[in-house]
Design a protein around this ligand. Structure first.
Ligand code: AMP
Length: 283
C-alpha cells in the first residue's frame, strides 16, 4: 500500500497513473473504516480491475460545527490501511494535517443551494458546504474515473452528484447501498460512541424504515399513513427529523400528500452518545 501524505506526492502519483494509462477509482472517507466503507473500496476495485484504487482518510474540520465531535472523532490509521488494502485499495491519501487541504488566506467555499439546507442541513447549516469544499479539492487533485460514495449519507450523495455535474468534474459518481449490522443498524464510525443501551434503542431507526417499506410494498402511498407512529417509534432518542422527500430533488412531501414518484425516507435521531442518520428509498 502506497501512502501519500502531501499534495505534491498525490499529484506525482496521479501523473504516473496517467502516463501508464491506468484507470483510477476513488473512495473519500474520514477513516475508522467498517464494512460499509470497504464495500465502496471493493466497488472501486471492481470498476478499475487493473487500475489504481485510492482511499483518502481525512477528518475534514470544515464539515464539523463548533461543539461537534471533531476532536474526538475515532481514528485508527494503521487498521484502516490494512482493511482497505485487503478490500482492493493500493494507495491511500492521508494528509498529515488540515493545513495541507486548507491553505492560509481568505476561505473558498463550494455550495449547492437549496439541497444543502434541508434535512441534515437544517440542524447542521455549515456541514454540506464543508463537505462540498473538501470533495471539490479532492476531485480536482485525484481526477478519478469513478468516485464511489455510500447511500448511507443520501443527502450528501445527492448534493455531490449535483456539484459533480454542475462543476464538470472528471469521471462519474457512483452510489452504493447501505451496509448494515446483522440486526439492521446502519454501520457508522459514530456507532462507536453509543452506550450498550443506546445501541439497543438505535434499532428502532432501521426497524421503522422496514415498517414503512412494508407499508409501501402493500400499496400505501399516503404520506400520513406511511409515516404513522413515526414520532412514537423514534422517540428512543431526540428526533432531529423524519422526512419523506422526492428521491431526486429532496423536496419534502406535505403531510396530506400522496406520493407518486420515487421518494426517500430519511431520518436523524440524537442520542447522548451520537446523532444517527438512516434512510431508505421507496420506488
Ligand atoms: P465517512 O467516513 O463517514 O465520511 O464516510 C465515507 C463514505 O462511506 C461516504 O460515502 C459514506 O456514505 C460511506 N458510508 C458510510 N457508512 C456506510 C454504510 N453503512 N454503508 C455504505 N456506505 C457507507
Amino acid at each position: 500500500m502506497k501512502i501519500l501524505r502531501d499534495i505534491p506526492s498525490l499529484l506525482a502519483w496521479r501523473a504516473e497513473a496517467e502516463a501508464a494509462g491506468r484507470g483510477v477509482g476513488f473512495v473519500p472517507t474520514m477513516g475508522y473504516l467498517h464494512a460499509g466503507h470497504l464495500s465502496l473500496v471493493e466497488e472501486a476495485r471492481r470498476r478499475v480491475p487493473e487500475g489504481e484504487v485510492l482511499l483518502s482518510i481525512f477528518v475534514n474540520p470544515t464539515q464539523f460545527a463548533a461543539g461537534e465531535d471533531l476532536e474526538i472523532y475515532p481514528r485508527d490509521e494503521a487498521g484502516d490501511l490494512a482493511k482497505a488494502e485487503a478490500a482492493g485499495a493500493n494507495v491511500a491519501f492521508c494528509p498529515l494535517d488540515p493545513e495541507i487541504m486548507y491553505r492560509p488566506g481568505p476561505p473558498v467555499w463550494v455550495q449547492v443551494e437549496g439541497l444543502e439546507q434541508r434535512l441534515c442541513g437544517a440542524s447542521r447549516p455549515t456541514h454540506f458546504r464543508g463537505v462540498c469544499t473538501v470533495v471539490s479539492k479532492l476531485f480536482n487533485l485525484v481526477r478519478a474515473d469513478v468516485n464511489v460514495f455510500g447511500q448511507k449519507d443520501y443527502q450528501q450523495l445527492a448534493i455531490i452528484k449535483r456539484m459533480h455535474a454542475e462543476l464538470f468534474f472528471a469521471g462519474e459518481v457512483v452510489g452504493m447501498p447501505i451496509v448494515r449490522e446483522a440486526d439492521g443498524l446502519a454501520m457508522s464510525s459514530r456507532n462507536a460512541y453509543l452506550s450498550a443501551e443506546e445501541r439497543q434503542k438505535a434499532l428502532a431507526l432501521s426497524g421503522f424504515l422496514r415498517t414503512v417499506e412494508a407499508r409501501w410494498a402493500a400499496g400505501e402511498r399516503r404520506v400520513a399513513a406511511l409515516l404513522a407512529d413515526a414520532k412514537t417509534v423514534l422517540s428512543v432518542g431526540e428526533i432531529d427529523y423524519v422526512t419523506l422527500s422526492d428521491a431526486e430533488t429532496l423536496e419534502p412531501w406535505a403531510d396530506d400528500a400522496t406520493v407518486d414518484r420515487p421518494s426517500v425516507l430519511a431520518l436523524a435521531v440524537k442520542f447522548a452518545g451520537a446523532r444517527l442518520i438512516d434512510n431508505c428509498v421507496l420506488r
